[in-house]
Unconditional design. Structure first.
Length: 136
């Protein structure tokens, strides 16, 4: 009885968190914005399917002891694509909530925004590399 309660509770919490993520992505039009930035509206359905499958399999692998050993080169390729997707997603989210224009006005940095964005990108890149290689 206790195990059944824990299973139902865990499933319910997963549904609530999943609904919140979907609501955020839907409310802010993240996926259509990604398509607009990358000029790939014809692949919109594939983006949605990949997002759902990625969330499902990521959760499944996090909760179980399933693992794969494809080698370092596969890890590098998959990690690169993962990083590109997260970067595009973060850029679309930042643009959807108008973070960059607000920052530009508040800090009075007109004309230098592209350099600040490049520094932010490289900072994220270096931080990720340090996290994944040194701080294992």
């Amino acid at each position: 009885m206790k195990l059944a309660f824990i299973v139902v509770l865990g499933f319910s919490e997963g549904v609530v968190v999943g609904a919140g993520v979907v609501a955020l992505l839907t409310l802010l039009d993240i996926i259509p914005r990604l398509c607009q930035i990358t000029n790939s509206y014809k692949y919109l359905r594939y983006y949605e399917i990949m997002l759902i499958m990625g969330a499902f399999f990521g959760s499944l692998f996090s909760l179980t002891n399933i693992s794969f050993n494809f080698g370092i080169y596969t890890l590098i390729i998959v990690g690169t694509f993962y990083g590109i997707f997260i970067g595009l997603l973060a850029s679309a989210l930042a643009e959807a909530i108008d973070v960059i224009p607000v920052m530009e006005r508040r800090l009075n940095i007109q004309g230098n925004v592209k350099y600040i964005i490049i520094v932010l990108i490289f900072g994220k890149l270096v931080g990720s590399i340090i996290n994944w290689t040194i701080l294992k």
